[in-house]
Write a protein of this length. Structure first.
Length: 190
């Protein structure tokens, strides 16, 4: 009789521990891929812009680390950002609130300027993009809704193509900071 009670209690505790181990298997790192598209909304006179980006990386427990590339089309400028991304889930469950921070470098060019008398060297600059988002998951498919602040610094230099005898060409430098409110929707795989 005592051995049967011991056997039943042992099986109960072993099965209880097995459930705890099954939960720990869910915390293994997983790969993710997400594609975002949206608008960059600016103050009146500076204009709004369109943005598209792709981020891929690894999610472990409540953290996500990734790398991304994108394309931004401002009124006068086009940029090609390459950035790192760090995210943290603020809530638990299938659908989660999260915060994310993207930072990196962006190559820039201005397709609207005349090319006749000047030589341009567009250097681009740093990009910072903190955001708040909501992730809706159904199986391996994920829908992202995000809003944040985008800061983009652009640097451009230009020199005169033609100058007189004995004179050196004039060189000009322009530095522009572009700030926008970002609103995006994204789709991805877990």
């Amino acid at each position: 009789m005592k051995s049967r009670v011991f056997l039943v209690i042992s099986i109960f505790f072993v099965s209880f521990c097995a459930v705890g181990q099954a939960d720990s298997l869910d915390s293994k790192p997983s790969y993710f891929l997400s594609i975002y598209s949206g608008g960059l909304l600016g103050k009146k006179g500076k204009g709004s812009a369109m943005t598209v980006s792709l981020i891929q990386g690894v999610r472990h427990k409540r953290f996500a680390f990734g790398a991304g590339i994108g394309y931004d089309a401002y009124t006068e400028w086009r940029t090609f950002p390459i950035f790192g991304s760090v995210a943290f889930d603020l809530s638990k469950g299938r659908n989660r609130w999260f915060i994310q921070f993207n930072a990196g470098y962006s190559k820039a060019w201005n397709p609207t300027r005349p090319e006749a008398a000047l030589r341009y060297d567009d250097k681009g600059g740093s990009i910072f993009h903190p955001l708040l988002g909501y992730r809706i998951q159904n199986g391996n498919m994920v829908l992202y809704l995000t809003a944040g602040y985008r800061f983009q610094r652009l640097t451009s230099e230009w020199t005169e193509r033609f100058w007189g005898w004995g004179n050196s060409p004039n060189k000009f430098t322009e530095r522009r900071d572009i700030e926008r409110l970002s609103v995006q929707i994204g789709f991805g795989l877990r």
